[in-house]
Design a protein around this ligand. Sequence first.
Ligand SMILES: [Zn+2]
Length: 593
Amino acid sequence: MADPSQNRPGYFGREFLTQLVQRLDGPAFIGRFIQVITRGDRHYAVCPFHKDSKPSLLIRTDGSFHCFGCHKSGSVFNFLMERNALTFPEAVTEVAQFTGTPLPQSSGRTGPTKEQLAMYEALKDCAKFFKEQLDQATSNSPVKRYLAMREVDPDTLEKYQIGYAPNTWTSIKDRNKQVSEQLLIDADLLVHNRDKNSVYDRYRHRLMFPIRDRQGRVVGFGGRVLDDAVEPKYLNTKQTKVFTKGRELYGLYETLQQPKRPERLLLVEGYMDVVALSQHGIPYAVAALGTASNANHFQTMFWSTNEVVCCFDGDDAGRLAARRALEVALSVIKEEKTVRFMFLPSDEDPDSFVRKHGKEAFEREVESAQHVADYFVSGLVDNRDRSFESIEAKARFVDRAINLIQKVSQPTMRKILTQEVAQCFPEQVNMQALLQPAAVADDEPPPDEPSYEEMEDFEPVSRAGNQYEQEINTRRRVSQLLCAPNIWPRLNEHRELLERLVHSAPDHPLTRVWLAIDRHHFTDIHGLIASFQEDAWFTHYLNDIYDPQLAPAMIDVDTTLGQFTESVQTFITTLEKKVHSEIWLNQFRAAQK
Ligand SMILES: [Zn+2]
């Protein structure tokens, strides 16, 4: 019987892939991305996947690799997916192009068409032309004066291949006499005015930012005016056969050229933000190109990093953009991925901020960005609704929250967000509705694109001290206590710990549960939970946390008691050091009012 997967689009076939890597000069291919050192007949590189000081990455002739430091290993395709954020089909296509191997018909991929190849050529040539125009401009020209004002240095211009479109109507048209006019129109380099039946250059008298895809090909441009009075301020390439709007991220290719996989990516709004941040030592910023950030953008970013920090201007437009980004982020977030939100002061953007205050100040802002769960409630509330004065405001908030929570596919995150909302209105929220399974996301990746979770085996990002993590720890400790009634009679051996707990966190769930056990000498979970029946929200919280599956595993009283007290000890130490933000407490008290 034929393998049904043979018919799937995007399927290359094992035989083809085996032949492809046999034909490959792995060290030469990988040497295009990182420096490869040859010792005898063995090839090594400094590992891009961990903090490596000596070359620990072995590269074999078929391009497969193994790191003796972090033990990461895989095929040449894994290398491209991890290092360059390519999808599996893109990685195969890249290797096939390098070896000059045609892709099999059955793959549904035949590489770029003749037309696309011609477009890539025309766009590349255009980028070169714009760059020459900038190089040749005199220091007194408007474009050079503009760059001086924005303090962009020559290395940065070179890194991003920034150029200048001259103030004429036919430079591009005249330069490309041998290329068909229609191709240049289709590539959005020329504009055809049907009324006047004239064709002219699309970009005139603008600073030009070439947009490169993850393979480094120029696929479009962003053109910025030199005089802020001219509209539109930014002119972006329209959708073409080589440029899919809402997919590319400006600066991603340049970011991924660094030897290391970025620990995080910073999502900003503008080209100049990306460029200025890079120049000031923050080379991991990317920008969505004139569109709101969407699920594709987040998925692309998560292929190459575990943490995305969304950076917004502090004004109303920034808040609005952040709320949109929140919706998207919640729908794509996965267990080991982190999304955080940061807001700059209202009169600053990343470009102006980093130029004024420098790298360290900017990175402090990045470090203190809010975790998505912490931002959730504040991000959902309109300015005018902030105090929930009216029933309508509450209803709007709860509607929006339910709507959003149902899109979250990650169960722990869904529970935590539900709890956040429930804390705002203990009596009004229909918890069951909130806890329904997530609806299927509208824009899932097409089936031939492997999802990033399959590609990832990095350690989760550890981010102690945020509320999300604290909440997980709280739930774990309370659950530990609920599931081990056999340690309850022996808790009085640790009354000193309980007293410190009462002192530093009187309203904390852990304190409340332990106090109840201490006062009423409960012997079973149902009596304990029933004692909180006055407090519907807390009863629900405990029922939610209590997992009977855990109970039988904790049979050894001494071990369980030891683990529990140690965990409480850690918690109290944290509290006493005032590291704890007390957000939970404040929210809890607010909810009681
Ligand atoms: Zn390594």
